[in-house]
Ligand binder design. Structure first.
Ligand SMILES: [Zn+2]
Length: 212
């Protein structure tokens, strides 16, 4: 079973994808992770990815596609995988379909986690990260026991510098402009399930499972 999880930044997509992977016993395939690995392994495709990553430009589709194809050929993806962070454009979605078709597979289900823009802004702006160990907190929903200090290591927690409201709204707008057509593409083929991403992690996870 090949699943695709989609959702705007701050919707908790990565967390839900990893829980689902554990639940279904299939790997979570994150393109960000694949790119970082490719860069480390020094392969030709990895070097091509590195050039774009260093320049801050988009890694070409065929590079990402090659990495995903190779990943899905590995043994642990034999019963399927959960794609996280891909596809992000209709062109990528079409290429993904073509690639899977060649190996007799298909995208079985696309789960889109939707959260209102205001709620995402609230979530992201309230987010606090430990500068020392990377633990994540939230001003209102998951505060640290001692203000300004990490519960785990005592390091200083702060919000990300680019997390101001305007920047967050621009990121969300960019995401939705790019992915709305992808949702239409999958919706037209009857593969799309939209899940309400508001509320707690467990609540959302139940809805995700219900959508499969
Ligand atoms: Zn810490």
């Amino acid at each position: 079973m090949i699943l695709v999880i989609m959702g705007p930044p701050g919707a908790g997509k990565g967390t839900q994808a990893s829980r689902l992977a554990a639940e279904l016993g299939i790997p979570q395939v994150s393109t960000g992770e694949l790119l970082r690995e490719a860069r480390r392994d020094g392969s030709e495709v990895g070097q091509r990815a590195a050039i774009n990553m260093d320049a801050g430009t988009l890694v070409p589709d065929e590079v990402v596609m090659t990495l995903i194809e190779r990943r899905l050929e590995q043994q642990d993806c034999g019963s399927g995988a959960i794609l996280d962070g891909f596809p992000r454009t209709v062109a990528q979605a079409v290429q993904l379909d073509d690639m899977l078709e060649r190996s007799g597979r298909q995208v079985d289900r696309v789960v889109s986690i939707s959260v209102t823009e205001d709620e995402i802004v609230e979530r992201i702006l309230g987010r606090l990260t430990c500068g020392q160990c990377g633990a994540v907190y939230h001003r209102t929903t998951k505060p640290t026991a001692r203000e300004g200090h990490c519960d785990l290591c005592g390091g200083l927690v702060s919000s990300r510098s680019d997390d101001n409201e305007e920047a967050v709204r621009i990121r969300l707008q960019t995401y939705s402009n790019l992915t709305a057509p992808v949702l239409d593409y999958y919706g037209g083929a009857g593969r799309l399930a939209s899940v309400d991403g508001s509320g707690g992690l467990d609540e959302v996870f139940n809805r995700v499972q219900g959508a499969l």
